[in-house]
Design a protein around this ligand. Structure first.
Ligand SMILES: [Zn+2]
Length: 316
């Protein structure tokens, strides 16, 4: 469904319960999915120490399981009354969301402005952390893949800015953020996706230039580097399964606190692009593999076996 510019969500959405909001979004034709909630002490509803408290889907297939069916929505929140709500993005809803993480994304905004581009004011949700979700109407007939750290129409990397489109989702008001604050609607009128994003395709960062900075223990970084190398060596027949396997292995280490989810996603995405996989398909494969891996967390082994980390693995 394509949203016409000028559309506004119902006034009351932000002030009601998560279930009420989920019902409203569904009624608007926006498929929703239950996302892990956050306890009053800021812990993730999944009960593990996870890297994305209050942000990951409760279901294995994430946004692919999102629905507008009011009966199913009712049932999901009856079973998980504390769940947050996610809205599926891209073709599923006709919504393309620019996810701006502040303050990191602030510098990227300057990059955008320097390139002569703007993010037009539009329907916006404040995330409760230090982020903004800018909801744009997807132009009809235009398919747009999700991206991490960059936007279509611009070759430069944009750290802190992601595009949520096909196969993606965003956590939506009035979900509770790990900060304890609720996501809330700010600006309400939806605008069409800025035309400069349609002007030319993204140029993926060559995986060879990818450097590991933060987000990993020494053990995690060694594993990430090895898996990236494996992904880059995959042939056409193996690459989807191989990518999924790598994401699963690294997802286990994400679950064990050796790597951050974002670092694994960005790194594997670079590797996947380098072997010619499409971005949205690759991102979906990576997320699915990581999610499965995170369910069986693994830490750096005592005394270390397997590959040689540079330093003693961090203990948690
Ligand atoms: Zn969690």
């Amino acid at each position: 469904m394509v949203r016409s510019p000028g559309w506004e969500p119902p006034r009351a959405i932000g002030s009601r319960s998560v279930l009420d909001a989920a019902r409203s979004y569904g009624a608007e034709g926006w498929p929703v999915l239950p996302v892990a909630g956050v306890s009053s002490t800021g812990e993730c509803g999944c009960g593990r120490s996870c890297e994305g408290p209050g942000k990951h889907p409760l279901f294995r297939h994430g946004a692919h399981e999102a629905t507008t069916d009011p009966v199913l929505i009712e049932e999901w929140w009856r079973r998980s009354p504390g769940a947050n709500v996610g809205i599926a993005t891209g073709a599923a809803s006709g919504l393309i969301v620019v996810d701006l993480d502040l303050p990191k994304g602030g510098e990227s905004l300057q990059t955008l402005v320097a390139a002569g581009h703007q993010l037009a004011p539009t329907l916006t949700s404040r995330t409760g952390g230090r982020g903004l979700h800018l909801f744009y109407a997807q132009p009809s007939g235009i398919a747009m893949p999700s991206s991490v750290g960059r936007l279509p129409g611009l070759a430069q990397a944009l750290p802190g800015i992601d595009l949520r489109s096909d196969s993606g989702y965003v956590v939506a008001p009035p979900s509770i953020h790990a900060s304890g604050r609720r996501y809330r609607w700010d600006r309400r009128r939806i605008a069409e996706l800025p035309s400069w994003m349609l002007s030319r395709p993204m140029v993926p960062t060559p995986a060879t230039n990818f450097c590991l900075t933060g987000g990993a223990s020494a053990y995690g970084a060694a594993a990430l580097s090895r898996e990236l190398e494996a992904v880059r060596g995959l042939d056409v027949v193996q690459r989807n399964d191989g990518l999924h396997r790598a994401a699963f292995c690294l997802g286990r280490l994400v679950g064990g606190g050796e790597l951050t989810e974002a670092l694994v996603l960005e790194t594997l995405l670079c590797g996947a692009l380098a072997v010619g996989l499409g971005e949205s398909e690759a991102a979906a494969t990576i997320r699915s593999g990581m999610r499965a891996g995170m369910a069986v967390p693994r830490r750096a082994p005592e005394g270390n076996s397997g590959w040689q980390p540079l330093h003693k693995p961090r203990r948690r």
